[in-house]
Design a protein around this ligand. Structure first.
Ligand code: BDR
Ligand code: CA
Length: 315
């Protein structure tokens, strides 16, 4: 049976790839997208969600915008524009959207979609967890109705923004702490798995075909690759969000281990760290799963075939 999918996102280049993967996968039916501040401010991430959907010919999917300000602290100037560009999509040439976000805010929109879905709902969050923390606070009744909750965020081992913190958690650690404590069973797809998969430039070379779809994706992926190559000296990227999306679309594509996950919000050196306890001693009960690995070749095969399918509809 098709599962309903709700996507909370801060597009974001790898978010755009993840959204494309979901739209092209018949296993899930995307019933709504909510936007959050993260890779860029909320106005930019909402604009990007709308114009991407229009570009994909899927403006039938409603977009609700959420929170710009983090749940638990003042917004920081992240200085991470080099990753996704000032507009969140590396200045890509995509027209302004002709559609608008719905008037409902993201938590109310998610709650309504979850309550009224005739199909089991998977919720995936591929940005900071701000909207989801507010969902937990304002609409706690829907939390047990979510069949699966997958996030791209966190790191049991090594971080990216700091040695121990991953960006989506670090941006709003109190929100992540609230979500992990909410009783929602979370599949944490963090850097442990996303850093293990390298998406080399040659894998998507076929997007340099001069088509409309190819031009947009070649532009954003080239920019993302330029950024990564400064650090790694290799023409590759980590497709964090599309990897998490793969686990949302194809449950258990990853090796998962039960864990009790909590978030450090105060440490001078450790703020934003996802403290991941897989020992589960002394009656500690897991509140989710940590993802450790995935078959990278299989992921790339599925991702490229999804992008090709979407490309054939966009032109
Ligand atoms: C995460 O941070 C963002 O830059 C990406 O979109 C991804 O969601 C990776 O740390
Ligand atoms: Ca993201």
């Amino acid at each position: 049976m098709t599962r309903a999918l709700l996507i909370d996102t801060d597009p974001g280049i790898d978010d755009a790839v993840a959204i494309a993967l979901a739209l092209a996968s018949p296993e899930v039916n995307v019933i709504g997208i909510t936007t959050v501040g993260g890779n860029s401010g909320l106005a930019a991430t909402t604009r990007n969600a709308l114009r991407l959907l229009e570009f994909f010919g899927r403006s039938d999917i409603p977009v609700a915008s959420g929170y710009d300000e983090p749940y638990g602290r003042a917004k920081m100037e992240t200085g991470y524009e080099p990753v996704h560009g000032n507009d969140g999509l590396a200045g890509v040439d995509l027209p302004e959207p002709t559609t608008k976000a719905v008037s409902t805010d993201a938590p109310a929109f998610l709650a309504d979609k979850i309550r009224n879905s005739p199909y089991p709902v998977t919720l995936i969050a591929i940005g900071p967890l701000t909207n989801i923390a507010h969902l937990v606070d304002k609409h706690p009744d829907v939390i047990p109705m979510i069949e699966r909750f997958v996030i791209m965020g966190g790191a049991a081992r090594t971080g990216n923004v700091t040695p121990v913190a991953e960006f989506n958690i670090w941006h709003d650690p109190e929100a992540a702490k609230r979500v992990f404590a909410s009783g929602i069973n979370t599949v944490m797809v963090g850097l442990d798995v996303t850093h293990s998969v390298k998406t080399h430039e040659h894998l998507w070379g076929w997007l340099k075909d001069g088509s409309k779809f190819g031009n947009v994706f070649d532009h954003i992926l080239t920019s993302y690759t330029d950024f990564y190559s400064m650090f790694y000296g290799e023409r590759m990227t980590h497709q964090h969000d599309a990897l998490a999306m793969a686990e949302a679309i194809w449950p258990n594509m990853m090796e998962l281990e039960p864990a009790f996950i909590d978030v450090e919000c105060q440490g001078d050196l450790t703020t934003g760290m996802t403290v991941t306890d897989t020992r589960l001693r002394n009656d500690v009960k897991p509140n989710g799963y940590v993802a450790w690995s995935i078959d990278g070749d299989e992921f790339h095969t599925r991702l490229m075939s999804a992008l090709a399918a979407l490309a054939s509809t966009v032109g």
